[in-house]
Write a protein that binds this ligand. Structure first.
Ligand SMILES: [Zn+2]
Length: 55
């Protein structure tokens, strides 16, 4: 999985795991993410991938 675009994107946007989500996005580890938070994370990843493909 090392170097896979989605994996790289998750690390670049700090959405790779719950502790990064808590640290960088303020999502508590103990609770489920709501729909808006999930959408925001997905759109962050998509924007990041889009940026990489343009550069
Ligand atoms: Zn992480």
């Amino acid at each position: 999985m090392r170097g896979h675009p989605a994996f790289v994107a998750q690390h670049a946007t700090a959405t790779c795991c719950r502790s990064c989500l808590q640290k960088w996005h303020g999502v508590d580890i103990g609770r489920q993410m709501n729909g808006a938070e999930q959408e925001e994370v997905v759109s962050l990843i998509m924007k990041w991938i889009d940026r990489q493909m343009r550069s």
